[in-house]
Design a protein around this ligand. Sequence first.
Ligand code: ATP
Ligand code: ZN
Length: 283
Amino acid sequence: MLRIAIQKSGRLQESSLQLLKESGLSFANGKDQLKTQVRNFPVEVLFLRDDDIPQYVEDRVADVGIVGENVWAEKQKNNDLVRRLDFAKCRLSIAVPRSETYTGIRSLQGKNIATSYPVIVQGFLNKHGVQAGIHEISGSVEIAPGIGLADAICDIVSTGSTLLSNGLKEVEVVMQSEAVLIATPGLAPEKKTILDQLLFRIEAVQSAKNNKYILLNCPNTSIEKITSVIPGMKSPTIMPLNREGWSSLHSVVNENDFWEKIGVLKSLGAEGILVIPIEKMIA
Ligand code: ATP
Ligand code: ZN
């Protein structure tokens, strides 16, 4: 039995549940539950406050957990970072009042920085040889400069609109973050086997999300060139069309260079291009 801790409520909760469900785990997620048993896999899911998860994983109350990389880095618990999960992407940044002239990290010398991430901020300041005060607060960090509590803040930014509406500007990116799977080091072999099975499934879900199934018609004379553009997993499937000199070609294309490749395919004579989502992908 593997115990997985996920966030009880907040930004990570839904995507964490979705990832487990897409990995084939079936469970009822009744609200206000502390834990739930997965019906078809030897896993128990614990619902906890995200900030507490690294401690619970260190204490082996949970074997693995899903948290923001920022929380993992801040807590400095005995946790291995096993896998980045590709959701809840954000950055931890320093921001100062918009009216402030900022000429570089040295501008922070002697200032007071409000943050919920004192360990990460201290590490960042040390790295750059800057001395500044750190004022730890647990929420609404962005209002600190406005009420005279601090000269600067360090907080999570995704779009920057919260900073803007509080009259702040982002001046330094301290770290990039996304949801990560953490684990207690030295899992028992039985738990390690379950975790490996789960990671295999997570990988299939992740690669499926990053790839699309593509079908197109092309003149036979272009098949070779198109194959070099979209080689697919082993090679594309080619089927003859009921029209002399033409084929249907099926392959897989990565989301990241999708639009660029479509342009190239069209220039090679591809027509009738269909792009279809993939649910699971196993190499
Ligand atoms: P609390 O625990 O007090 O509810 P929190 O900030 O820890 O507050 P959430 O706001 O749910 O909890 O954020 C959880 C995690 O989601 C953060 O640690 C961060 O990794 C990520 N995150 C936070 N804000 C954003 C955002 N705007 N965009 C993407 N990811 C975010
Ligand atoms: Zn939290």
